[in-house]
Design a protein around this ligand. Sequence first.
Ligand code: ADP
Length: 836
Amino acid sequence: MGKIKSKYSDNESNENESDAGLKHQIAILKEQLEELRKVEENLRESEENFRDIFETVEEGIAYGTLRGKVLSINKNLEKIIGIPGEKIVGRNIMRVSKDLLSLENFNIVIPLLHDVVRGNPIRPFEVRFREKLLEVSVSINNRTRRLTGTIRDVTESRKIQNELKISETRLRRAELASKSGNWELHLKTGTMIGSEGAVMLYGVKGSPIDISEVQKVPLPDCRPMMDKALDDLIKHGKPYDIEFKIKKADTGEIIDIHSIAEYDRENEILFGSIQDITERKRAERVIMRNNRDLAQLLQITMELLETVERKEVLKRILEGAIRLIELDTGVIYHLNDDTLRLEVTVPPIPDNYPEEFRKADVNRHPHIKKAIISNTPVIVYNIYDEELTPEEKLIADKKDLHSMIYIPLTANKQVIGVLILGTVSRAYEFSDREIRLSRTISNIASITIENSLLFDNLIVAKNKAEESDRLKTAFLHNISHEIRTPLNAIIGFSGFLDQPDLLEEERKEYIDIIFQSNNQLLTIINDILNISHIETGQAKLKIAPVDINRMLNNLHRQFLPEAERKDLSFRIGKHRSDCKAIVETDESKLIQIMSNLISNALKFTASGYVEFGYECRGDHVEFYVEDSGIGIAAEEQERVFDRFYQIDKTESRNYGGTGLGLPISKGFTELLGGRIWLKSEINRGSSFYFTIPCSRFKVEAAAETESTPAAKPETSALKSILVAEDEESNFALIATMLKHKNYHITRARNGQEAVDIFRKNTGTDLILMDIKMPLMDGFEAATEILQIKPNVPIVAQSAYVHQSDKALAIEIGFVDYLAKPFDKQQLISVVEKYIK
Ligand code: ADP
């Protein structure tokens, strides 16, 4: 305008030239108008441009006054918010916001708008509108005093961003869970980027990673291998797949890493991933170790199959255990009651070791005892920290022991020993694996001990069986001789008896021989019956008070003739002569034991003496039979109690016998609750001792007349005995045996007759009743007789030896039982026992 004004003032100064001036002015005006039109044109153009931009930009734009009145909005904004412009334009932005936004969002927006209308610049903000997330930024033009709001729909991009974030989190978590990570190395720039997992595994500071730090983490031994792998990858494109160990940069922890990498040659980037495989490696090592353990255990077991000899087997077990657990020393003790017996040691026991090493009392080894009682391994880290018994200290010092493990050995759930493993001059912590292994080994050892014990028993049993077989053969050989000799005599001399020209003298002599032979036969048969009773457990006791002084006297009287024949001094030695000694025991068995011992003493003594007697020793009586005979060598002394055993001096063995006397004596002694043993010296004599318990040893004032048999009157003169016996010969035998005894003997041929006779003579003093008889057997007859007179003594005499018959007889009321065959002495002692 200024320019136009000046041109007018030029016109006024030159009126003459008015036309020209007017024209000129018009021209100027035109020019000015043209200029104005151009300006207007430009303006319109720029407004159009602005409108174009306003309408075409992606963002929604709102334009308004500084006070918030909306002057215009573009189409895009309408599209974004889905509301036509006329509903907004001309209204205040506050009101519009209030109408359109939720309360929550309005509350977010309102302070910002307040700031805006006050002319304060604000940061872009986000606001939820319907389903959309809008990003709003407001700019203020102070010159034009206008506001421009730019609104972008960021719903989609924010969704994508979120998804990206989620997947990144997932990846991170997966990396952390699998203890893995990823890295990139840009060779051009030398930058290394690592995921969180990678950074953590290397223990380095966050991304980008300081390469020099990463290069330091691999353990030195792994480096050459890693360098080569990297070289192969970069130069030859060979895939990189390696395992190595690193020392983490932050904690210094050593871990195993598995790493794979590839190379993007075009961009010169190495992409790698790493994983912590420490656990896997550890598991691998455990598996490998277990495999090795198993292989070794198998080898030990295989070795065991090669031998059955216990010591050898145990030695191998022990060596195996020490090898497996890499220890220095070990022992295996076998436990028997409270005694520990050393089975094996590794290294082997030196000769100068004290005896305590070989045999030990478990009570003096508390650690062993604890393992045995608890039946669990006992571990001692340092033996010198423990309280040691002198025995333990001795062993620990001698061997310089330190750490020990005591493992019980069991068989059939019983502790049978202990395996001890230890270290020498170093302390050692036993791991779970080693305890487990030791237990396995102890189980193998237990089985071995058990097996070898069985094996030993088998060997013993086999030897015994062979010995017994040998003895039986010898016995049969012997017995046939023992039986044939008297049988020959009986048959031979019986044949002579009816020869008419036989002198009375000769007849007497023959009868004597036959009689002796009979007795001999009877003894043999009795011995065999007795031993079979003992062995089959049928021998039973009949306990009654026994006057042992009287018994000794009877034995003396019985054996005196034989002693006199050999010109031996035969005497009763120690005994209680001042009184009557009564012991509750089984008399017949006691007599049998004494008879066997006395007859042996007489048999094996050619000159000198045989003495027997007893001594009272507290709760038992100790009997003895002593002789000055041939004696028994020390090595034979145990064996003379074996069945059929006879000391073999083949050429000079001219003593009779069956080898059963001592085993019978032993069997009976034990049955009576005592024991038997001997002392002997070759050519100087033997003393046999045996005990019987006497809880009730009674001493009564000796009845003068009863103490010696010689002084004893024949009290039976008027006594009557009823013998029930169907067999003629048996009756004749009994009658003959009792011939000189002055008894009145009546015979019944069957049970019925016995009852009838007794009924007529109830004064009968004793009945000897056969069991097996026609018409009525002995059991029935006795029952009836006892009904007639309950206290009459009835003695069963029978060839039945079955225990049940004896039991029945006693139950019925028989006072005693004489098993056929019996000898004269046995019969007389029974008869005298009941006829007083
Ligand atoms: P037997 O006497 O029938 O042979 P034993 O069993 O009674 O059988 O004795 C077994 C062996 O013990 C005898 O054969 C004998 O060798 C030996 N013996 C027993 N007693 C004596 C003794 N008093 N003196 C010497 N040896 C004896």
